[in-house]
Design a protein around this ligand. Sequence first.
Ligand SMILES: NC(=O)c1ccc[n+]([C@@H]2O[C@H](COP(=O)([O-])OP(=O)(O)OC[C@H]3O[C@@H](n4cnc5c(N)ncnc54)[C@H](OP(=O)(O)O)[C@@H]3O)[C@@H](O)[C@H]2O)c1
Length: 343
Amino acid sequence: MSTEKTGSGTIGTARLGADGPEVGVQGLGCMGMSFAYGPTDADEARATLERALELGVTLYDTADMYGFGENERFIAPFVRAHRDEVVVATKFGIVMDPADPLRRGIRNDAPYLRQCVEGSLERLGVDTIDLYYMHRRDVNVPIEETVGAMAELVAEGKVRWLGLSEVTGDELRAAHAVHPIAALQSEWSVFSRDVERTAVPAARELGVAFVPYSPLGRGFLTGAFTDAGKELTEDDFRRTMPRFTGENAAANAALLEPLRAIARAHGATPGQIALAWVHRQASVHGLEVVPIPGTRRRSRVEENTAATRIELTEEELAALEPIASEVVGGRYADMGFTSAGRE
Ligand SMILES: NC(=O)c1ccc[n+]([C@@H]2O[C@H](COP(=O)([O-])OP(=O)(O)OC[C@H]3O[C@@H](n4cnc5c(N)ncnc54)[C@H](OP(=O)(O)O)[C@@H]3O)[C@@H](O)[C@H]2O)c1
């Protein structure tokens, strides 16, 4: 059993899909460096990218909509400086309204995809995007059509591997029949487990790697929030999420006691136990799992990668089991935005 709270050891690796890249078993979510979670110290965020790479993190996650392209621009110098060492993942499909960034639409049609890929290539300043995800499913476009158009990008060398985000098990099967899907990226954590119904079994069956986003519950599982409404800045996206607000946040904070107790036993933090739980799902479900915790701070990337070395016992897993079913409030205000909304 590891009791290491922080550390400088490098992490293990995992493969994304049968023909995909081998990456560090924990990636880095870059979204918060430019978007969604309040003000950022750009110098510290840049140093965090470098520190992550030293620790064996090679999968870096962004999307075209994070800050209207700003996040891709922000990580571009780092990606270019380490082009052969890092796997850069970006996404298309969510359309934001510049007048009101909280209003969002979804587009999966081929002309829109074309426009998006060119924009991401330009902002990242690369010839090829390593992993290109469809960010959300537009139910007005058959998924076979979208993945067919994405496969053309692979044939043209604009993209290396394909991924999908927030699709159901059946949608993943339909997509994978058109072109191999390397990774499915959806929310998966101690307190968001709806993906275990259809997406996880389908990913296992097809040999698709699972990339859990928000594995720290958008920070909630670190124990940082007791009264989220007060703790979040005005522009923080989490203010729109039912489980973060008012009475729900207080009720959900009380659910974290088992995480805290297990953390004390390991000399670890609650966030590390939450990450150890996600990593453990690889052996529980029999598939590759590469979570992408998001942070803008070096000390936290050290803490998060050290969590890959924490082994949870069966008793500890059992103690964490009830949390997800007791959480109050949805993970999005509009669950139609998630795979669970279509199951
Ligand atoms: N496909 C999708 O639809 C989708 C949706 C959401 C996110 N994502 C991707 O997934 C990545 C991760 O998800 P996320 O950022 O939403 O949630 P997360 O990784 O669960 O949590 C991130 C939050 O936790 C804080 N944090 C990180 N490490 C910490 C630590 N050791 N101790 C205390 N606090 C810590 C971060 O703050 P600091 O930054 O200040 O450390 C941030 O507020 C994103 O960056 C993005 O790339 C994808």
